[in-house]
Design a protein around this ligand. Structure first.
Ligand code: UD1
Length: 416
């Protein structure tokens, strides 16, 4: 296991490029199961979750190659079982349920179980697929699903679940007739999946809004597609500049997808400007605390909650963060406190009172975005911070220490 060693206190300056989106690439890779001819995907980030997904695709009968940032995938012979060994390491594995039911009328997918940020059930995925004619049993830790031909249905989600909407987009693309999804997730990654499916011959409209129409087609073909840039990685860089008192020029930044974050950063006193192909961000004077509530898109993203908390730790005055999406997503709080932060936690709300400075210490990463907040805090802290268990970070940030070093951070990886 590796750790990151950070000598903090250096203002980051320079250009940094955003990689392809992990959360868009994962469902798009699963959707490759649906294509009868080869798919070529560009801008795929080189991450552990992507390699896990390619392993899973292989077990399900889809062969692939991954060179530079390009994946070439081709279905050979589909098989219906996603084993626990893979599913337990990556919850998004459950996204193969929709494609397998649509193609084989059968799926055996291990139940993902709990994770560090909460229970995260898949009941909404199953309920919606049942409306299309699928039936499920839960046996020995597996979801056993079967159906005849899936049928279009009118489905209103109880909650705009990202994964649930994605599973349904894939299932409905090959179903008989029209499916309408209401209260669908509006996240840009859901729209990216829909755009990919359309490039493969699907008939989807309304993606990016809460009502999506899918007209089932009889088959899908391969295509060439470029995965959207990662808005959460971009958002992490938007915090990295002001937390270190530096200035970054961010390339490939999906700025229009970052409205809620940019709004809060500006309210804190961060200077952010889109300038043609790049976004420039810097700290202008003192930062102030703000109140943030996480919401489904276009609200403030839960995946940026830990990072903005790190920034609020060094702002002037108090601010609050209410977490409305996941019930247990405050594991980073105690670690930030180890670096000298002043944070009080009550139920789902954290009250952050800014301190004049953070001081380096050994800390432990508990999940992907928590790790990012500890790296940001370490970059701002005086002295040395060691972030342990960074395998979480490697699930979601491509070449993070190389990218940060290139803009001046003193950061290196070492065995734990
Ligand atoms: C996706 C993202 C994750 C992000 C999250 C919310 C991927 C691979 N992951 O996760 O980074 O934090 O969206 O933006 O894209 N829920 C249920 N039952 C269900 C499904 C969800 O109760 O069947 C609950 C979850 O426990 C959670 C909330 O709904 O509290 C949101 O979950 P969901 O939108 O489905 O998130 P994921 O797709 O798992």
């Amino acid at each position: 296991m590796d750790k990151l060693i950070i000598e903090g206190g250096v203002p980051l300056r320079g250009r940094i490029r955003v990689s392809g989106s992990k959360n868009a690439a994962l469902p798009i890779l699963m959707a490759c199961l649906l294509a009868e001819t080869p798919v070529r995907l560009a801008n795929v980030p080189r991450l552990r979750d992507i390699r896990t997904t390619l392993k899973l695709l292989n077990i399900l009968g889809c062969e692939s190659e991954f060179e530079e940032n390009v994946v070439r995938a081709q279905v050979v012979l589909l098989k219906p079982e996603a084993p626990y060994d893979l599913v337990k390491t990556m919850r998004a594995s459950v996204l193969c349920l929709g494609p397998l039911l649509a193609l084989l009328g059968e799926a055996r997918v291990a139940l993902p179980g709990g994770c560090a940020i909460g229970a995260r059930p898949v009941d909404l995925h199953l309920k919606a697929l049942e409306r299309m004619g699928a039936a499920f049993e839960l046996t020995s830790g597996y979801i056993l699903g079967h159906c005849k031909k899936l049928k279009g249905a009118h489905i209103t989600f109880d909650f705009p679940t990202v994964g649930g909407t994605e599973n349904l987009l894939m299932a409905a693309s090959l179903a008989e007739g029209e499916t309408v999804l209401e209260n669908a997730a509006r996240e840009p990654e859901v729209a990216d999946l829909a755009n990919f499916l359309n490039a493969c011959g699907a008939k989807i409209s309304g993606q990016g809004t809460s009502v999506i129409h899918i007209q089932g087609v009889s088959s899908l073909h391969g295509c060439e597609y470029r995965v959207m840039p990662d808005r959460i990685e971009a958002g992490t860089f938007l915090v990295a500049a002001p937390i270190t008192g530096g200035e970054l020029e961010i390339l490939d930044c999906p700025f229009q997808e970052l409205d809620a974050l940019v709004y809060k950063l500006r309210e804190m006193g961060v200077w952010v400007q889109e300038d043609g192909e790049r976004v420039i961000v810097r700290r202008d004077g003192e930062l102030t605390g703000v109140d943030v509530t996480t919401q489904p898109h276009p609200g403030f993203p839960t995946d940026m909650q830990a990072q903005i908390m790190a920034l609020m730790c060094v702002a002037k005055g108090a601010g609050s963060i209410q977490e409305k999406i996941f019930e247990n997503r405050f594991m980073h709080v105690l670690e930030l406190v180890r670096l000298g932060a002043n944070i009080k936690l009550k139920d789902r709300t954290a009250v952050v009172r800014g301190v004049p400075k953070l001081v380096g210490a050994p800390v432990m990463a508990s999940d992907l975005r928590a790790s990012a907040s500890l790296v940001l805090a370490g970059l701002a802290a005086e002295g040395t911070t060691e972030v342990q268990r960074i395998y979480h970070l490697d699930r979601g940030y491509e070449n993070i220490e190389a990218k940060l070093s290139a803009v001046g951070a003193r950061i290196r990886r070492a065995p734990e």
